[in-house]
Design a protein around this ligand. Structure first.
Ligand SMILES: C[S@@+](CC[C@H](N)C(=O)[O-])C[C@H]1O[C@@H](n2cnc3c(N)ncnc32)[C@H](O)[C@@H]1O
Length: 335
């Protein structure tokens, strides 16, 4: 199946509001190993997680001591559209709290984890979940794809640190892109080979090739990690070995910028604005580059200086010889 096909599947997941996609423990371990220093003495809240099945809760409870956590909280959403296959079979929304190993066996035992019923449905936007959010330092979860925007907006509103899973396309949402540009959110390390596998009860809705009946896992190519925790990746300098020449880097018909169709080919000696694929964000180091804006910023009139003077044609995307380009980010080298 093509990447486009796989991305369409994620779109289906979002639009049909099917939100049950359970993250694999191995993927959580793989990402979290880069963030260890951030967790010492911190309260971690997994707020879209049934702690009885969530690998996020599992990871943090089993690594509680090695990370030096202060407390772990998990709340589960009382699924309104529960079906026979849903893992989320709770009658009530619940909260689980863990404050570390008490009996010295280094394992989170049942009697060490406090379980209480929530009054409401465990919606991350509910008053009681917001109270828990306020007490917490770092939110780590895979939130519902269909509510990603709202989820991030709430985290920013309460000034929380976070590490969450989301669709790569979310970068193009106005609200999310603004946060990227303001250096309030960036991409984490990502899934192995760009392939994210999730357990889901919605198998039958996905094409063969996307799901594996035996493992019960679906594969999405268009999913990544978003965070506002500092990571070394963000400080790595990309080696820019190419030199600008007008033949290889044509100027757009409509933008005052040159086309750089591969992130690895960004010329190191060009001082103007360059259009690059959005995968650039995976390599973005804010001390090396400035993000000037996106296609939609141009279209909505936020970057008038980018539009060529006298241009009367389309500004929905960059064009070269009348050919519409894929979505581009407009960047500049920091001097
Ligand atoms: C993509 S799944 C991920 C589950 C879990 N975090 C994991 O990674 O394995 C999103 C979860 O959010 C739950 N959910 C949906 N709407 C929610 C809401 N409004 N508040 C809290 N959780 C919600 C769904 O029931 C689902 O289990």
């Amino acid at each position: 199946m093509s990447t486009k096909g796989l991305n369409r599947n994620l779109q289906t997941a979002k639009s049909s509001k099917k939100d049950e996609f359970y993250t694999q423990l191995s993927d959580i371990e793989r990402e979290l190993k880069h963030y260890k220093s951030h967790f010492k003495n911190k309260i971690v809240y997994c707020n879209c997680d049934d702690p009885r099945v969530s690998n996020f809760f599992h990871f943090f409870s089993y690594n509680f001591e090695s990370l030096g956590l202060k407390k772990l909280i998990g709340t589960c959403y009382k699924n309104q559209e529960m079906d026979l296959f849903s893992e989320n079979k709770s009658e009530n929304a619940i909260i689980l709290e863990y404050s570390g190993d008490k009996n010295g066996n280094s394992v989170p035992d049942k009697n060490e984890i406090g379980v209480k019923k929530l009054k409401g449905d465990g919606d991350f936007r509910s008053k009681e979940c917001i109270e828990l959010l306020k007490q917490s330092d770092i939110i780590v979860t895979n939130p519902p794809f269909s509510l990603f925007r709202e989820f991030v907006t709430q985290l920013v509103q309460y000034d929380k640190k976070f590490l969450i899973v989301g669709s790569f396309n979310a970068i193009t949402y106005k609200e999310i892109f603004k946060l990227v540009q303001e250096n309030k959110l960036w991409l984490g390390y990502g899934f192995k080979g760009g392939n994210a596998f999730f357990k889901t009860p919605h198998l039958k809705e996905f094409a063969k090739g996307v799901y594996d009946e035996e493992t019960g896992l679906v594969k999405f190519r268009n999913v990544t990690w978003y965070t506002n925790l500092d990571i070394s990746k963000r400080h790595e300098q990309q080696i820019l070995y190419k030199e600008y020449n007008p033949k290889e880097y044509p100027t757009y018909d409509n933008y005052n910028a040159i086309e750089v169709s591969k992130v690895a080919d960004i010329p190191g000696n060009y001082n103007g604005v360059m259009g690059v694929p959005i995968t650039f964000l995976d390599k973005y180091n804010p001390s090396q580059f400035e993000i000037v804006g996106s296609d939609s910023d141009v279209k909505s009139g936020l970057l008038p200086e980018i539009v060529k003077s006298g241009w009367t044609g389309k500004t929905d995307r960059a064009y070269i010889n009348g050919k519409r380009m894929y979505a581009r980010l407009l960047i500049k080298l920091n001097k």
